[in-house]
Design a binder for this molecule. Structure first.
Ligand SMILES: [Zn+2]
Length: 277
């Protein structure tokens, strides 16, 4: 599932191919449930003629600011993928929404597993209001206060989008490994130094993910690829996530996979000591 670095990579690439300033002349919806709001017919009608003014990211959402006081939000969820195709490209089997631009190019939202969603709204806060702060922007004090206030296990807390926006399974495992913290460690039991180290680790794994154009773990249509079809490169540099049985790059102990709050979690049992209860 795409996380902050993957979504950031998609946004940067969409900007770099010149979508800003283009006008949407048509939207075709092939799977109405992909449109979360308004209904699919209204979505297609209301988006027509609007210019793309800006493209950005908030958490795992792609945010396209449009002319006439509307915002298009896209969440890729499990397998969603946006790509830009030349004029007159035929829709593919798994395309759920296709937008045609005034230069003829088409933006395709392809989504094999159909969990991805798009919204056309006046006020993006309607969709984004429950998101916590951005991990690359939050202050150390705010992060430490949030950890102390929650009293939850670190792994599920990091995945909670209302605590921090944009972190998922891959980057939480990588950050906890880098900070030498057990995923079941309670957030309110961290020392100030541990909290600082965790935020540092989160930022560093997220920035590395962005530099590497995201993580493409596995192959096939359900995995993350960039809008132009390339795979990310971050999977070659993971230390814990998906590395079950491989030696920990720090100490050589085989990486173990456990379940924490129903989520598969990878850790080094030597570097990341289980908390004393
Ligand atoms: Zn280790």
């Amino acid at each position: 599932m795409p996380e902050l670095p993957e979504v950031e990579t998609v946004v940067r690439e969409l900007r770099s191919v010149g979508l800003i300033g283009r006008r949407i002349v048509q939207a075709r919806v092939f799977w109405p449930k992909t449109v979360a709001a308004p209904d699919a017919r209204r979505f297609a009608r209301e988006i027509r003629g609007r210019e793309i003014r800006d493209l950005s990211r908030r958490g795992k959402f792609i945010v396209a600011e449009l002319s006439g006081d509307r915002t298009l939000l896209v969440h890729l969820r499990m397998s969603g993928h946006l790509d830009v195709q030349p004029p007159k490209t035929r829709p593919r089997l798994h395309d759920r929404v296709v937008w045609t631009l005034d230069d003829g190019r088409q933006v395709h939202f392809e989504d094999v597993r159909k969990f991805g969603r798009v919204w056309l709204v006046r006020d993006p806060a309607v969709v984004l209001r429950n998101l916590g702060p951005e991990p690359l922007a939050i202050s150390q004090a705010q992060f430490a206060a949030g950890l102390a206030a929650r009293a939850r296990q670190l792994k599920p807390l990091l995945l909670d989008q209302s605590f921090l926006a944009g972190v998922g399974n891959i980057y939480s495992d990588e950050a906890l490994w880098a900070a030498r913290l057990h995923p079941r460690h309670r957030s309110d039991a961290l020392t100030g130094a541990q909290a600082a180290e965790l935020l540092q680790a989160l930022r560093s794994v997220l920035r590395k993910g962005i530099r590497n154009l995201g993580t493409t773990f596995g192959a096939g249509k359900t995995h993350f690829v960039l809008p132009r079809g390339e795979r990310g490169r971050n999977q070659e540099q993971l230390n814990a996530y998906g590395q079950t049985g491989a030696p920990c790059p720090r100490c050589g102990t085989p990486i173990r996979r456990i379940l924490v709050g129903q989520r598969s979690t990878h850790l080094c049992p030597t570097c990341q000591r289980a908390p004393k209860l």
